[in-house]
Design a binder for this molecule. Structure first.
Ligand code: SF4
Ligand code: SF4
Length: 381
């Protein structure tokens, strides 16, 4: 099949994103490093900075991280700390400010170890989102992020600029959700790794650039449909992948799904479609509060209770019609691991779907075993 993005980076899409950030930095944009979906990118963009997500998905940096961090910690935290310790994350090197959040204990404590290197701001995330005090506290935190960026970069962020970025995000999210329709198609027309390339570019594009990119991609996807070119084999089990963020060396799980004969039709995690479900109120006159309301609804397992994740899964199952849900749990991620029990009950009980929990890390040692478990799962569909 013809590549959806056909340029000099086709074989190395990570370079495409990095070069785009370097280009923006050379053109005068500040760069702000981020870790998690709870930090409102609209505030970062409103000050004219480019948000980037810091490297965190390679096993290469873990041995160095383990000279400081416990080995039985989430590989994502170890990897990101290792990148900083070995000075090998190009996005961290380009960043002039870093934003963290108090989502899980390991990440929260890791920020204490890196906070002295660059201006680092940690947002205190309330974790019982339905309490009315939670919204008040989170609104204060979003306001403090604005103040941090203003002080760090020595310029003010106007409400009008934030309002404009809110509209940008809502529009971009609508564009991305339209694109997801090609994955919902049966059989799917776009693969998980093609979608990952678009996710990478979305972060460094404005809505005009994204629309231009997606217009071109849609033409190619429509051609695939008319030629009868699909992703995966006819009748391949359709898989919704949920759970912890997945990228880099953890993509072995997606590869194992394909090797076992399945096809990925939806990606629930923050590294996938979750962030694009946000809808932010426009033109309220109080954009900081509007951002706080929208972001506090992100259904991460650090929240309790986390009913919105179940609601989101219901909507995704209705739209993408999977045969199975595979819940990816990174080693020592207790909140996603504990929540997995209820996710299994939910997808089996309410939707009658097959379910598999895959607890893994960034090594290759369990790849064959994961593939075998998936083969067994798919044989029973
Ligand atoms: S899974 Fe939770 S902690 Fe991790 S990036 Fe997503 S929102 Fe943040
Ligand atoms: S995967 Fe889990 S343990 Fe790892 S950083 Fe995210 S929330 Fe924390």
């Amino acid at each position: 099949m013809e590549p959806l993005i056909n340029d000099k980076y086709t074989d190395n899409p990570n370079e495409r994103v990095l070069d785009s950030v370097i280009e923006k930095r050379n053109a005068g944009s500040r760069v702000v490093g981020m870790y998690c979906g709870y930090a409102p990118v609209e505030i970062v963009r409103a000050i004219g900075a480019t948000p980037v997500f810091l490297c965190a998905f390679s096993r290469k940096t873990i041995p160095e991280a383990e000279t400081v961090l416990p080995s039985n910690l989430c590989p994502l935290i170890k990897s990101s700390f290792g990148f900083i310790k070995t000075d090998t994350c190009p996005y961290y090197a380009l960043s002039e400010a870093i934003i963290g959040e108090t989502t899980c204990d390991g990440k929260k404590k890791m920020f204490e170890l890196i906070g002295h290197i660059k201006p680092t701001h940690v947002m205190d995330l309330p974790q019982i989102p339905e309490e009315k005090e939670a919204l008040t506290a989170w609104t204060t935190m979003v306001g403090k992020l604005k103040t941090f960026l203003e002080k760090t970069f020595g310029s003010e962020i106007s409400d009008d600029r934030i309002e404009a970025e809110i509209k940008e995000t809502n529009y971009k999210n609508r564009l991305m959700n339209d694109l997801f329709g090609y994955m919902a198609h049966n059989p799917p027309l776009i693969s998980w790794n093609e979608l990952n390339d678009v996710f990478g570019l979305e972060y460094v594009s404005n809505s005009g650039e994204l629309k231009h990119l997606l217009d071109g991609i849609r033409v190619k996807l429509d051609q695939r449909l008319s030629k009868g070119e699909f992703v995966g084999n006819t009748g391949a089990p359709r898989v919704l992948v949920s759970g912890c963020p997945v990228g880099g060396d953890a993509l072995k799980v997606f590869k194992a799904i394909e090797e076992a004969g399945g096809v990925v039709v939806a990606m629930e995690a923050c590294s996938g479609m979750k962030g694009y479900s946000i809808v932010i109120d426009e033109d309220t006159g109080d954009p900081v509060s509007a951002l706080a309301r929208a972001y506090l609804k992100i259904p991460c397992s650090c929240m309790t209770p986390n009913q919105r994740r179940f609601d989101m899964l219901d909507a995704m199952i209705d739209r993408f019609r999977p045969d199975a849900v595979i819940d990816v749990i990174l080693q020592a991620c207790h909140s996603y691991n504990v929540e997995s029990y209820r996710i299994e009950e939910h997808v089996r009980g309410k939707h009658g779907l097959s379910f598999l929990k895959v607890e893994t890390d960034f090594t290759e040692s369990d790849r064959a075993m994961i593939r075998t478990r998936m083969q067994a799962l798919f044989e029973n569909i």
